[in-house]
Design a binder for this molecule. Structure first.
Ligand SMILES: [Zn+2]
Length: 85
């Protein structure tokens, strides 16, 4: 897989985006979903991640119902609202 030739929309770099496997967290209806080993195009300058349409479709469809092949994880959710006012 070669590098993507589009410039990043979020910074001025001329460097091409690099294909990487990343972890993506999404929330749907109060339920968090963690997707591992997701193919993404990553800007080497600012780190912004771009996803191909078919990858987004898969994540979207997997959030429609309870996944039977998922591994449960424990997480700490921390609010910083009081500290960032
Ligand atoms: Zn960038």
């Amino acid at each position: 897989m070669s590098d993507r030739q589009y410039p990043c929309e979020f910074c001025d770099t001329e460097q091409p985006q690099v294909k990487k496997q990343v972890t993506v967290t999404r929330q749907r209806g109060g339920q968090w979903f963690i997707f591992e080993d997701v193919s993404a195009w990553v800007c080497p300058h600012c780190g912004h991640r771009y996803f191909d349409a078919d990858v987004l479709e898969v994540m979207e469809s997997r959030m429609q119902s309870r996944p039977m092949d998922a591994r449960p994880v424990t997480a700490w959710a921390i609010s910083l609202s009081e500290k960032t006012k």
